[in-house]
Design a protein around this ligand. Structure first.
Ligand code: VG1
Ligand code: CO
Length: 546
């Protein structure tokens, strides 16, 4: 193997490279510091075992700095001894597509470049994370090891060579390592074809069913255009904002009613199509909207689970369902009725991977617009959209009818998340610390009409490998099934973001059509009182309410 151009570069550690909920996320300018990216990549390579001669998958959501980073990583992968790197054309892989390609090629692992729902551009965010051979985000023992390496790194290996052309599907040699540039969409679209009844969806569309998919100028554009318009026959223009841009058109690629308000307005107007959906920067999140109805992600998981038998790839095969702790308990109700196991994990997709690898769960989801299944080891935005389209094609009812029938059968979990963004870190920590001290003494306290039946700082023991993750958020549960959760975000890049999650459970059909914020009003008041939030942070209003 040629080794002539390998160079060893001396470096010094940075002290802020601790991976968060989904890898390392910082401002682009921060990543552009000399050796910053290189240090992190070398620390990944130093933490993942023996990959000599093996295959790595590499791609990202196309945001600013994506392709610069790809060139850096290609050279370092070669110098460190990978046998092959498979790169998405133009550096593009949605996060779910990267997971598909890792699994299909039985790769050693993959590096995904994305800051997901965070804005992109020279003054915005960038991110990098490592996924293991199962196609999922690295577990904490690897991310902890990466962090330790970043604190002691003294040198890294790279090549002194020209950049590789990643704009065409082709194969290249990079100092003895193969670089294969592949179509970014093909393998993913193929898997979706295998999972869903494309004929049934195509027929529904040719019978006049209309849809609008907002790709938010992010990575899902090419995937949605190929699958929804080319393969399923949705009329041209059904996919909006479908060309990925380095700065996502200046927007905030987070699919929720606030950031995808254009779609939300359309779906609540006279011109509403039958179905609306959106996805985030890296394509792993989804928002589902029907004519005049928004489907909460927690409900979406529950409805997908309850209707899984209508999709042949899942019929009779749902072994269990998992949700992240702050996600509403709607899917638990379904699991109980179906006689399958349900699991509650900490926030972040990496916790689902073990359960799926052990065949304990088939479907999983998070309140933050993430839904997925064991077909891969990431959440998958378009997969959720296709699941819904498949259900709609079989049931031939509207989204609103399906959701309302679901509530009548299982009860309605009113749900909302209030985010307080960019709070000063110290005040945010004070809020959490105060709560942590209080929770032990809250049990059986009466507040207003409610009694607190349990409260704790969520600690998760993985049922597969018994690893323990503590301090995963404050849970306060009430006697009537309502909950308030407090946790700090692990994906923000400025100050701290405090998230408060509210859930109340309603089984009386006469009370199922209230305004969500009104239905949660009492819980919202209780949360502000218990946390002392306004005094400790000076904030009187949430930044984003979803
Ligand atoms: C947020 C969400 C979490 C999600 C994570 C990564 O994390 O709350 O549910 O798994 O983003 O999503 P946090 O720590 O900010 O609350 V994404 O779309 O990076 O891919
Ligand atoms: Co994402």
């Amino acid at each position: 193997m040629p080794t002539s151009s390998i160079t060893t570069v001396s470096t010094t550690p940075f002290d802020d490279q601790k991976p968060g909920t989904s890898g390392l996320r910082k401002k682009v300018k921060h990543f552009q510091q000399i050796n910053y990216l290189e240090n992190f990549v070398q620390s990944i390579f130093a933490s993942i075992g023996n990959f000599q001669g093996k295959t790595l998958i590499l791609g990202g959501d196309g945001r600013f700095y994506n392709n610069d980073a790809i060139q850096v990583i290609l050279k370092m992968a070669s110098a460190n001894g990978f046998g092959k790197v498979i790169v998405g054309q133009n550096g593009i892989f949605s996060t779910p597509a990267a997971s598909v390609v890792i699994r299909k090629n039985q790769a050693y692992g993959g590096i995904i470049l994305s800051a997901s729902h965070n804005p992109g551009g020279p003054d915005e965010d960038f991110g990098i994370k490592y996924n293991t051979g199962n196609g999922g985000p690295a577990p904490e023992k690897i991310t902890d090891a990466i962090y330790s390496k970043t604190l002691e790194i003294t040198e890294y290996l790279t090549l002194d060579t020209d950049n590789i052309d990643i704009t065409h599907v082709a194969s290249h040699d990079l100092n003895g390592m193969t670089v294969e540039i592949i179509d970014s969409v093909e393998d993913y679209a193929q898997l979706m074809n295998e999972l869903f009844d494309f004929d049934a969806i195509r027929n529904m569309i040719s019978d006049g069913f209309t849809l609008c998919f907002d790709a938010m100028h992010a990575v899902t554009g090419p995937y949605a255009l190929e699958i929804l318009e080319n393969q399923l026959g949705a009329k041209k223009g059904s996919v909006i904002n479908g060309i990925p841009q380095e700065d996502f058109g200046g927007g905030h690629p987070d699919p929720n009613l606030v950031h995808a308000h254009h779609l939300a307005e359309l779906m609540f107007s006279e011109q509403s199509p039958d179905f609306g959906a959106a996805s985030d920067g890296d394509g792993d999140r989804n928002m589902i909207v029907g004519n005049n109805i928004f489907v909460t992600p927690s409900d979406s998981l529950a409805i997908i689970t309850a209707n899984a038998d209508l999709v042949s790839a899942y019929k009779g095969k749902v072994m269990g369902v998992a949700r992240s702790m702050p996600t509403s308990q709607a899917s638990d109700q379904v699991a109980k009725k179906m006689g399958i196991e349900s699991y509650e994990t900490p926030t972040g997709w990496k916790f689902f991977g073990n359960l799926m690898d052990a065949d304990k769960v088939t479907l999983c989801g998070e309140e933050s617009f993430g839904t997925g299944s064991s077909h891969i080891r990431e959440k998958d935005g378009l997969w959720a959209v296709l699941f819904w389209l498949n259900i709609l094609a079989v049931r031939k009812e509207s989204v609103a009818d399906i959701v309302k029938q679901h509530w009548h059968e299982f009860g309605r979990n009113y749900y909302s998340r209030h985010d307080y963004e960019a709070i000063e870190s110290d005040s945010a920590n004070n809020v959490m610390e105060g709560l942590r001290n209080k929770v032990k003494n809250l049990i059986n306290t009466q507040t207003g009409s409610l009694t607190i039946s349990y409260s704790d700082d969520f600690c998760y023991t993985d049922p597969v490998d018994n690893s323990v993750s503590d301090h995963q958020g404050i849970r306060i549960g009430f006697n009537n099934g309502s909950r308030i959760i407090f946790r700090l975000s692990g994906t923000g890049t400025s100050g701290a973001t405090l998230r408060i999650y509210y859930e109340s459970y309603e089984t009386n059909p006469d009370n199922m059509n209230q305004d969500t914020q009104q239905a949660l009003d009492e819980l919202i008041k209780i949360s502000l009182e218990i946390s002392d939030l306004q005094t400790l942070t000076g904030r009187t209003e949430a930044t984003v309410i979803t």
